[in-house]
Ligand binder design. Structure first.
Ligand SMILES: *Cc1c(COP(=O)(O)O)cnc(C)c1O
Length: 376
C-alpha cells in the first residue's frame, strides 16, 4: 500500500468496499514500460481501468490507446488524446461501429478474418489493419481462449485480402495471455509473426508493424519478473526472428499498467464453520465476484489479502462474497491463509486490484451497489 492510499483510507468515512488507485503508481508504470521497451509505442488497454483520471494522465504522458468499442474511443478522445493515437483493437466489431470510429478519426483496426476486413473496407476506406494470430498462452494465469485471432497460416491471406480491398495491410498482432509470468512467452509468437511478414513479402506486401499485445503481469501473491526482463527478452526475440530488419512495434499493457496502483478496502461480514469440528473457517467479505473480484473465477487470480492481524497464527479459510449467489465464492479449492484471530467487522486490504475490478462489478446485483472508486 502506498503512503497516499493509507492517508486517503484513514480519512474515509463511508460504509462499503472501495477501490483506491494511486495515479503516481500508474505514472511510474508508464515510465517503466517506456524505459524497458524504448523503441516501442505504448497503447494502454483501456478496458483494464477506463477511469477518466487514468486516461487523462496517460494521454498527458504521451500514451496511445487500445480500445474495444465506440464508447471507449469516445472516453479516450474526451481524455485529450487525438484519434491518431487510438487503435480499435477488437476483432469483433459491428460495421456501423467501425463507421462511427472512422467518423471520429480512427484509422487503425484489428482483424482476424476476411469478413471483418470487408466491413472495414466498406466503411473505413484506406485504413490500416493488422491481423491477430492465435497464441497458446502457456505460462499465463489468465490465458485467453481461441476467441480472437486466426492460425498464422491464414494471416497472410487475410492481409492480402485487405491489401486488395484498398486497405493498408499494416502488420500482425497477438496476445500471449494475461498475467503472463514467463518473459520468453513472446518468442514463439514472434517466430509466427516473422513467418507472416515473409509470406506477405513474397506476395509483394510489406508489413510494417508487430503489435506485441498485453500480458505484462502485476504482482499478486507470487513474485513476477520486472518489466525490464520482458523488454530484454522481447528485444532478443525480435533480433532472432527479424534480424536487422526489426519492424515498428507496439505493446498494449492493461494489467501491468494499473494493477499494482489499486487497493480495495473491504470488511469481514461473517466468520463461521460448517460444523463444530470443521478446521476450515468460512470468511465472508462485503465484496465478491459480483462486486469487482470477477477474476477470482476458477481461482485464476489470487489477490494478496492483508489484515491488521497478519502477525498472528494463520489458518486455511474459504473466502466468499456477500451475495446470495452460490457462485460467489472466491477461494475454496485452494483454501486461503488468514489469521485465526480474524473477526467480524475487521477491515481487509486486497492488493493489486487496480485492473479488471471496478468495471467488472455488477450494477446492483442483490442490492449491492457497484464498487466505489477513487483515483488520487
Ligand atoms: C485486454 C487486452 C489487452 C491487455 O491485456 P493485459 O494482459 O491486461 O495486459 C491487450 N490487448 C488486447 C487486444 C486486449 O484485448
Amino acid at each position: 500500500m502506498t503512503a497516499r492510499i493509507r492517508e486517503f483510507l484513514r480519512h474515509r468515512a463511508e460504509d462499503g468496499p472501495c477501490l483506491v488507485v494511486d495515479l503516481d503508481v500508474v505514472r511510474d508504470n508508464y515510465g517503466a514500460f517506456a524505459k524497458a521497451l524504448p523503441d516501442t509505442r505504448v497503447f494502454y488497454a483501456v478496458k483494464a481501468n477506463p477511469a477518466p483520471e487514468v486516461l487523462s494522465l496517460l494521454a498527458s504522458l504521451g500514451s496511445c490507446f487500445d480500445t474495444a468499442s465506440v464508447a471507449e474511443i469516445e472516453m479516450v478522445l474526451a481524455a485529450g488524446a487525438a484519434p491518431e493515437r487510438i487503435s480499435y483493437g477488437n476483432t469483433i466489431k459491428k460495421e456501423r461501429d467501425i463507421a462511427r470510429a472512422y467518423a471520429l478519426g480512427v484509422r487503425l483496426f484489428a482483424v482476424d478474418c476476411k469478413a471483418e476486413v470487408e466491413k472495414i473496407a466498406r466503411v473505413a476506406p484506406g485504413s490500416r489493419v493488422f491481423c491477430r494470430i492465435l497464441s497458446d498462452c502457456v505460462g499465463a494465469d489468465w490465458p485467453l481462449s481461441r476467441k480472437f485471432g486466426c492460425e498464422p497460416d491464414m494471416a497472410a491471406d487475410v492481409l492480402e485480402h485487405a491489401h486488395r480491398q484498398g486497405l493498408e495491410a499494416h502488420g500482425v498482432s497477438f496476445h500471449v495471455g494475461s498475467q503472463q509470468r514467463n518473459p520468453h512467452a513472446w518468442d514463439r509468437a514472434l517466430a509466427s509473426a516473422a513467418a507472416v511478414f515473409r509470406e506477405c513479402g513474397e506476395r509483394g506486401i510489406n508489413l510494417a508493424m508487430v503489435n506485441l499485445g498485453g500480458g505484462f503481469p502485476t504482482k499478486y501473491l507470487k513474485n513476477v519478473p520486472a518489466v525490464r526482463s520482458y523488454g530484454s527478452a522481447i528485444f532478443r526475440s525480435l533480433r532472432k526472428h527479424f534480424g536487422n530488419r526489426i519492424p515498428e512495434t507496439i505493446i498494449e499493457p492493461g494489467r501491468g499498467m494499473v494493477g499494482n496502483a489499486g487497493l480495495i478496502e473491504a470488511e469481514v461480514v461473517l466468520v463461521s464453520r460448517k460444523s463444530e469440528d470443521d478446521e476450515v473457517r468460512w470468511v465472508y467479505l462485503d465484496i465478491g465476484k459480483f462486486g469487482g473480484l470477477a477474476e477470482t473465477m476458477d481461482e485464476a487470480i489470487r489477490y494478496p489479502i492483508r489484515t491488521e492481524r497478519d502477525r498472528d497464527q494463520m489458518a486455511p479459510c474459504v473466502v466468499a462474497g456477500p451475495t446470495c449467489d452460490s457462485a460467489d465464492v472466491l477461494y475454496e479449492r485452494e483454501p486461503y491463509l488468514l489469521p485465526v484471530s480474524l473477526e467480524i467487522g475487521d477491515k481487509v486490504l486486497i492488493e493489486g486490484t487496480g485492473a479488471y475490478t471496478a468495471t467488472y462489478s455488477a450494477c446492483a446485483f442483490n442490492g449491492f451497489p457497484p464498487l466505489r472508486t477513487y483515483h488520487i
